[in-house]
Design a protein. Structure first.
Length: 267
């Protein structure tokens, strides 16, 4: 009875991921170099997938490491990839890399988030900027809530519609890429509610997220314009590391650059 439940969970995950990627069993079988008949058997619970097959299917579906672990567990195997706490001793080099990146971007804003847009760390340039724009800070430790909550940063983003629309596209992309991730879906739903029910944002077929995002903050009568770049750790073997994003914000014009420098020089 236990084995049947495990296999059923595995089959359900496989069907969800195939549906998200719009793949038939035959198309996924070709990608994973397995027979369509055998894939059908493991999805329906008629056959137990080997560990190698689980890994082949996860690779074919481009699953993030955290979800590869979940697929292995659903098939009855131990997880393969670590999911370390960022504060763990073995993550010391990762923490150092983040610290160096944030420090070297001073006096301009930079911060680190996880896959759910929770801010894990911000450099002083980011803290100074947000406090100058909205005294008391952003109001949330999550970027999605900062942007969409009308009591947080939303009134202080001059190009809010553009920023919010791009963030919605990112959320749709994450929810589609990781169909079993209920937290990612919940964050998207939360943003859609705060957005006021804009129909065009509810469609998952929206264009892909922009490679570079521009944000215009309002600080009194000043318009502070930044473009952002995002860095991730390549070839990660730890799910926590794979989830990390380091965003650096670069001033677009002299007024924005001068403002950030002046904030850093203030007593």
């Amino acid at each position: 009875m236990t084995d049947a439940i495990v296999v059923t969970a595995f089959g359900r995950m496989m069907r969800d991921w195939r549906a998200t990627h719009r793949l038939s069993q035959l198309e996924l079988a070709l990608r994973a170099d397995v027979s369509a008949r055998h894939l059908s058997y493991v999805e329906t619970g008629k056959a137990q997938p080997s560990r190698d097959l689980v890994e082949q299917l996860a690779e074919a579906l481009e699953m993030p490491l955290r979800h590869r672990n979940s697929l292995l567990l659903a098939a009855g195997y131990a997880p393969q990839y670590r999911e370390s706490e960022l504060a763990a001793p073995e993550m010391a080099l990762i923490r150092r890399a983040i610290d160096v990146t944030l420090e070297r971007h001073e006096p301009f804003p930079a911060f680190t988030t996880n896959r759910y847009w929770d801010v894990l760390q911000a450099n002083p340039g980011m803290i100074r900027l947000l406090d100058a724009v909205r005294p008391g800070g952003p109001g949330h430790d999550n970027i999605v809530r900062q942007v969409f909550d009308p009591e947080a940063m939303r009134p202080f983003i001059d190009n809010w519609d553009e920023v919010a629309g791009d963030l919605i596209r990112h959320l749709h992309h994450e929810a589609a890429r990781n169909p079993s991730d209920q937290r990612a879906r919940g964050l998207l739903d939360e943003a859609l509610v705060w957005s006021g029910g804009r129909a065009r944002w509810r469609r998952a077929e929206a264009p892909a997220p922009l490679p570079v995002m521009t944000t215009v903050f309002l600080a009194g009568e000043r318009r502070l314009t930044f473009f952002s770049t995002v860095t991730q750790f390549g070839a990660a073997s730890d799910a926590t590391v794979e989830d990390l994003r380091i965003e650096t914000m670069h001033p677009v014009d002299d007024e924005t650059r001068t403002f950030c420098v002046a904030l850093s020089d203030a007593p």
